[in-house]
Ligand binder design. Structure first.
Ligand SMILES: *[C@@H]1O[C@H](CO)[C@@H](O)[C@H](O)[C@H]1NC(C)=O
Ligand SMILES: *[C@@H]1O[C@H](CO)[C@@H](O)[C@H](O)[C@H]1NC(C)=O
Ligand SMILES: *[C@@H]1O[C@H](CO)[C@@H](O)[C@H](O)[C@H]1NC(C)=O
Ligand SMILES: *[C@@H]1O[C@H](CO)[C@@H](O)[C@H](O)[C@H]1NC(C)=O
Ligand SMILES: *[C@@H]1O[C@H](CO)[C@@H](O)[C@H](O)[C@H]1NC(C)=O
Ligand SMILES: *[C@@H]1O[C@H](CO)[C@@H](O)[C@H](O)[C@H]1NC(C)=O
Length: 929
């Protein structure tokens, strides 16, 4: 009624005038937008109808609009994320890597933040400071003392908040498991604001992350960009960075310029495994979904063409074709979504590239993309332009489609002119250490500017946020990190992090600054070339030689005698001659140089004891998620009767060993000369074995260094049996009359019992059990804790009981409830788990549990060393992964004097490359040059 002409006449003069003006304006608008050839009767167009038409035309214009940076965006005076009462901050005397100029701009000077924005970089004009004085907001002045400053780290691929920790059944919100195609779901709807990871990520300098749905679905849903700081509102929504207007539904102001939207797609193994489908089904799932979206898009376009040509009679009674479930996928087709596609292999990348050309939509980034570096020309065929490639630095081989992943991929792709991002996939890689991932890419040859860009401006661009984050420039968001050392050096750690201009860390006292220059990284040209030539699987077998003269050696570290001996430092520089795996001369070695000898220049590098890996299933696991490539898991006696044929025997890792695997050989090439591996399993795992990763097979002389090392048991709150059941079973094993020889040896105090335990309360129970056993039997129980995340809470009690701890997460992460009381380490706490235990007098070893990461043992230990503020010295650091570790496992014999030659630097530096292993056990020297 209200819209009838009658009603129009009845409104008062006072109201009628503006109303008529509005009507006239709308008519004008329609006339202007209509073809002049088309005539239509004004009398048919009620104000309501006109409003409807105007709305339709606005919406049609919106469907064609592209997200763009508003003019004068950088002239904004306050951030939309500004938090009231944030004080302005002036960082003085900094070395500022701005990310500008292709990552090559470094300014020495100051940086001013105010109202959530960067106001000036390099030179801060006096006038700005004077203005601030007038505002009287209390300028905070921070002296960086020359330290490196970068933009906040940007993580293009995170599940922080949706795959939250501690991992609990009540918060599994990474994926829906309802169907493979779910473009209408949104990660924001599952975002847990209590994830313990936020604080940790921020402590690593991460300020912004794209929260992607998981990869269980082909189309898992929409992603959202978040700043990781706590907000006053404490809601997921208040953490969002420039969310699309569709966040609140489809009834928003369509005159606004669209903002970027974000979505996740996934192909390959993950959707196949979750839905019991194949790659063939995935391919069709995508095509069917896009076909449906395309039909809707075409219907919208046809509707709009009619509206815009004024064919309103055709549209009478019809509304704009919409479908809430499909509108986001239509936006993909309209080029308004930054699509993140999880794909590994050439076959998957090819399928998506074909899909983009069939349906004509762009892809912002391919993620994981393990084989992207093998198919650069294919990537360039993607519709709408080559996507950015988002990679891990070294997390490969855990599943078949990741088997050919390479540490050289970032470099290879960049050499093809393709943008590279390093991402965390948090919690797969703890995003706190995302910069460390980029530093590894740099180590393996990625240009330093590109390495820093790979976690700042490049991901910011790939998510459509390059106008406000990822760069230090006036008008950008005030997300800034001050680092303890050059950001690409090993263990560089933030000393302060600002998000929206708000400081996130309470200052640490006396932080020892590290190296201020970027590491001079080794030459990996030959390895890179071979990796591409062999499609990701270059031969890794070492070349053995009898006599080698290492020249230009700056230091020689060796084990001193005795199984419990610490690492001895020999300061002799010069040459070191080796023969049959033993050091034959130190110093000038002029006699040794005569005759048939290989000469290897270490360029000032060092020779140090080979490292020992414990914790990873080296030799038992090749492709973690492919059971047919692995030894398998031993059966847990608490889960049911073991077959009588086993006769109550405990499993021995040695019986399942496999040699020549890629993780094993890469660890060897990373300086690991001894692997100590226990069988995989829960509760009663079995007996570990020590062996040489460089041996070709088990029958090579001295391939086995020690057949049986220790007895391994796991006690966990995650197990199917209760903790008290597990302890009761353990008590029974200790006090009972069990048959197995190894149990008898444990009871006699000859073999060490290593218990995997994370929780402090379980550790306390185990200490009491030890007391019980010792007072009952009068014999000493050799006990070691492995894992030990919460051991700092009992450091003195553990020391007093003479129990060793093998820390398997030297960079702690509260993945489960039973290990949530972490000691986070710098910059959150001054002390780390390792330093607290050492101070208490505990024998501490460092283990590395993931098989892909065994090759990085030296960087893991180096991290503890370099962030210890001087509490851990170089020899102690080496002991943590050699003699201390072996003592913790109860190794009583003298271990072989296996040495590793590092070219260009030291074991704990990104400058150094392992070029040889001098293996006393195998009586040979293996060269990797
Ligand atoms: C800046 O810091 C460096 C490094 O500590 C120092 O040598 C220099 O004197 C400082 N410059 C100013 C202007 O404070
Ligand atoms: C969504 O609605 C809320 C109010 O409920 C508003 O504060 C916010 O700005 C809206 N977001 C967008 C992206 O339009
Ligand atoms: C919608 O957005 C346009 C463009 O920013 C603006 O001019 C207009 O006032 C807005 N309309 C409403 C109702 O907010
Ligand atoms: C040793 O190597 C370093 C680094 O390459 C080099 O600077 C130095 O000149 C070399 N010394 C000798 C004696 O060759
Ligand atoms: C390293 O530290 C350990 C333990 O604090 C100490 O016993 C040892 O003497 C130190 N070594 C050197 C070379 O300073
Ligand atoms: C290698 O094996 C031989 C023969 O079993 C043994 O005598 C020797 O001690 C072993 N060497 C090392 C370094 O383990």
């Amino acid at each position: 009624m209200g819209s009838s002409p009658l009603a129009t006449r009845s409104i008062s003069r006072r109201l009628a005038r503006p109303f008529l003006l509005l009507t006239a304006a709308l008519v004008l608008l329609i006339l202007v937008q209509s073809s002049p050839l088309v005539s239509f009767a004004l009398s048919h167009s009620s104000p309501h109808e006109l409003a409807r038409r105007s709305q339709i035309l606005t919406k049609c214009a919106y469907t064609r609009a592209k997200p763009e940076i508003l003019p004068h965006f950088h002239a904004r005076t306050q951030s939309d994320r500004y938090a009231e009462n944030t004080k302005p901050v002036l960082v003085r005397n900094a070395t500022i890597w701005t990310a500008a100029d292709g990552g090559n701009e470094v300014l020495t000077g100051d940086l001013l933040m105010h109202h959530g924005l960067i106001k000036a970089v390099g030179d801060v004009p006096l006038s700005l400071l004077q203005e601030l004085e007038l505002e009287n907001m209390g300028l905070e002045v921070v002296d960086a003392d020359g330290a490196w400053v970068t933009p906040g780290i940007v993580d293009l691929h995170s599940h922080i908040g949706v795959g939250s920790v501690p991992n609990l059944n009540g918060a599994h919100d990474t994926n829906s498991h309802k169907a493979p195609i779910l473009p209408w779901l949104r990660s924001i709807d599952g975002l847990n604001t209590h994830d313990a990871s936020y604080e940790l990520a921020v402590a690593g300098g991460v300020t912004t992350a794209q929260i992607l749905p998981g990869s269980a679905n082909n189309i898992g849903g929409q992603a959202f960009i978040m700043k990781l700081r706590p907000t006053a509102e404490r809601s997921p929504s208040s953490m969002l960075l420039e969310p699309p207007y569709t966040l609140n539904g489809t009834h928003f102001n369509h005159s606004l310029t669209p903002r970027w939207r974000h979505m996740k797609h996934a192909c390959g193994e993950n959707p196949s495994a979750r839905y019991d489908i194949t790659r063939l089904d995935s391919g069709w799932n995508f095509r069917a979904a896009y076909d449906h979206a395309r039909k809707l898009r075409d219907a919208q376009d046809a509707f709009c063409t009619k509206a815009e040509s004024g064919s309103w009679d055709d549209l009478a009674g019809k509304s704009f074709p919409e479908d809430l479930q499909w509108e986001s996928l239509i936006d993909v087709l309209r080029g308004r979504v930054k699509l993140a596609v999880h794909c590994y292999e050439a076959v998957d990348l090819d399928g998506i590239v074909r899909l983009t050309n069939e349906f004509e939509f762009p892809v912002a980034s391919f993620h994981h993309a393990g084989e992207a570096y093998l198919v650069p020309e294919l990537l360039k065929k993607t519709w709408g332009g080559t996507p950015t490639i988002a990679l891990f630095a070294s997390n490969f081989r855990q599943k078949r489609e990741a088997y050919r992943g390479s540490e050289f991929a970032p470099r290879v792709l960049s050499e093809h002119g393709i943008n590279v991002v390093i991402k965390s996939d948090h919690p797969v890689v703890n995003s706190r250490y995302l910069l460390h991932e980029a530093a590894q890419a740099h180590y393996y040859g990625l240009d330093p500017a590109l390495a820093l860009l790979s976690v700042t401006y490049t991901p910011a661009m790939a998510m459509g946020m390059g106008h406000r984050i990822g760069m230090l420039k006036s008008g950008y968001d005030a997300d800034v990190v001050i680092w303890s050392s050059h950001p690409l050096s090993l263990a560089s750690t933030p000393t302060q992090v600002y998000i929206d201009g708000i400081p996130q860390l309470s200052q640490i006292d006396h932080y020892v600054p590290g190296k201020t220059t970027p590491p001079r990284t080794p030459n990996f040209d030959a390895e890179k070339t071979a990796t591409v030539a062999y499609e990701g699987l270059p031969p890794l077998e070492p070349q053995s030689v009898k006599r080698v003269l290492f020249i230009n050696v700056s230091g020689l570290y060796m084990r001193s005698g005795g199984s419990s001996g610490v690492v001895h430092v020999s300061k002799e520089a010069g040459a070191v001659g080796v023969e049959n795996g033993r050091v034959a001369c130190i110093g000038l070695c002029s006699d040794f140089a005569e005759g048939n000898v290989e000469i290897v220049d270490l360029e000032g590098g060092t020779i140090a004891p080979g490292l020992t890996n414990f914790g990873a299933p080296l030799g038992l696991v090749e492709i973690n998620l492919e059971p047919s490539t692995n030894d398998g898991r031993v059966r847990n006696p608490l889960d049911g009767d073991l077959p009588p044929v086993l006769g109550g025997k405990v499993m021995r890792a040695q019986d399942g060993l496999m040699f020549g695997g890629r993780n094993l050989l890469l660890a060897y090439r990373g300086g690991v000369t001894t692997a100590i591996t226990a069988p995989s399993g829960t509760f009663l795992r079995g007996i570990s074995t020590a062996f040489s990763p460089g041996a070709a097979h088990a029958r090579v002389e001295n391939a086995s260094i020690l057949d049986d090392v220790a007895l391994h048991v796991a006690v966990s709150m995650k197990a199917s049996a209760s903790v008290s059941t597990q302890i009761a079973a353990l008590r029974n094993m200790l006090f009972g009359e069990g048959e197995d020889e190894v149990l008898r040896r444990v009871r006699k105090g000859e073999t060490t019992l290593v218990v995997d335990v994370e929780n402090a309360d379980i550790m306390a129970t185990l200490l009491r059990l030890k007391d019980e056993f010792e007072s009952h039997s009068g014999r000493r129980l050799r006990l070691t804790f492995s894992g030990g995340t919460e051991a700092h809470l009992l450091a003195h009690e553990i020391a007093k009981a003479g129990v060793s701890v093998i820390v398997t997460q030297s960079k702690p992460f509260p993945k489960t409830w039973e290990q949530q009381r972490i000691l986070a380490g710098p910059p959150i706490t001054n002390e780390s788990l390792v330093s607290v235990l050492l101070k208490a007098g505990v024998n501490v070893g460092i283990g590395v549990v993931q098989e892909y990461n065994a090759r990085n043992t030296r960087f893991e230990v180096g991290w503890s060393f370099l962030t210890s503020n001087g509490a851990i010295n170089h020899t102690t650091a080496l002991a943590l992964t050699t003699t201390n570790l072996e003592r913790a496992l109860g190794v009583q014999r003298e271990m072989p004097q296996d040495l590793v030659a590092y070219r260009g630097g030291d074991v704990f530096e990104f400058e150094a490359k392992v070029v040889g292993v001098i293996s006393e056990s195998l009586r040979r020297t293996d060269l990797f040059v």
